[in-house]
Design a protein around this ligand. Sequence first.
Ligand SMILES: Cc1cc2nc3c(=O)[nH]c(=O)nc-3n(C[C@H](O)[C@H](O)[C@H](O)COP(=O)(O)OP(=O)(O)OC[C@H]3O[C@@H](n4cnc5c(N)ncnc54)[C@H](O)[C@@H]3O)c2cc1C
Length: 403
Amino acid sequence: MERFDTDILVAGGGAAGLAATAAFATEGFRVTCVDPVPPAAGIDDPGSDMRSTAFLMPSVRLLERAGLWAKLVPHAAPLRIMRLADAGGPEPVVRETADFVADEAGEPAFGYNVPNWLMRREMVASLRGMPRVTLRMGTRVEHLTPRTCEAVVRLADGTSLRARLVIAADGRDSAVREMCGISARRWGYGQKAVVFTVAHSLPHHDVSTEIHRSGGPFTLVPLPDHDGRPHSAVVWMERGPRAVELGNMPPEAFERELNERACGVLGPLELASPRRVWPIISQVSERLCGPRTALVAEAAHVIPPIGAQGLNMSLRDIATLRDLCVAAREAGGDIGNDDLLRRYHWKRHPDILARIAGVDALNRAAMEDTQRLRDLRLAGLKALHGVRPARRLAMSMGLGAGS
Ligand SMILES: Cc1cc2nc3c(=O)[nH]c(=O)nc-3n(C[C@H](O)[C@H](O)[C@H](O)COP(=O)(O)OP(=O)(O)OC[C@H]3O[C@@H](n4cnc5c(N)ncnc54)[C@H](O)[C@@H]3O)c2cc1C
């Protein structure tokens, strides 16, 4: 008789936990995913996540292999061009743009953008039909006892499960990370992001536009048309008090501020969703593994939303762990042993540290208020874009290469 209740217990059913559940189940593992919060049913649900995720091509391939992409693709808009626009002069107008074109990197698109609230709903719908998957929505992991050959996980509903491996995908304040005694270093920027959707008169032509002025980048990311009108997701990063003020402004006053900050790049913008305000931090876990436990996604690393790195790094964690577990099983080994988990740490931690350092530097440059430093930033952008090898390297890093 099978000793384990499940091969893998995934703590957390956010985007990363759900992707991990599908990725391991499609490779033949029995997976149980636990999350206290069921997915939002509609965009106006108080808990719905207004962010969108730009999945870069390696992530799209992982989601395809995991059987999740078919349900996401009807809600996805391709990203063919990443445009950086500098509006750092005295007036809020675009003074320089630099286009990074997917064609030049040998791909039809850099990736595809999907609204988060729809992504979670559609992922859960796909998982409900998958063999070897058990979803436990409405309860949480409360206690973890790692043993030599298994982990015993107690849930808040009083039940316990025995698993070979626990995957901590329970977010930036990960309870499982704490249960393992793993510390994380966190730092802030005094900055928040206002996140929402807009309708606009001009088509976006599959171009994602990041406009730099001060306080942080303002990014318009294409969404599929809705009611016959072009739509984009917006991430507007600002110093904390200003972001809170923007988040609470009456809609008409907010739209005036919004249109000034967007510099007219897509014509007049109209607010098309609730606004949510997110704190901007960086965080990195000191280790990616504990006994019988692997940390993935925001439980392991948090990064400011620049260059669509966050969830894409998370899916790389999942792909790395999946490959190690499949290889261990084929060799007749144990998928939760210390050696495998240490190898997982060493394969992912250096890439995570490098990407956090890179995005941290870009964010600090994007926050610049003084005219002299904003002009210096513009010179840097021109230099990066003007030199073909530098441009191609930036694109391949952005496309998820380099790990
Ligand atoms: C403004 C903004 C824009 C972004 N844009 C992009 C982008 O374009 N591309 C990109 O790649 N990334 C992007 N990111 C990053 C991305 O959104 C995050 O990496 C991602 O949403 C985090 O997913 P997660 O599953 O790790 O964590 P979460 O979504 O926080 O999920 C954690 C889950 O764990 C559950 N949980 C908590 N405690 C327990 C427990 N004890 N037991 C079980 N479950 C528990 C929670 O209920 C939650 O559902 C962006 C981030 C921000 C802030």
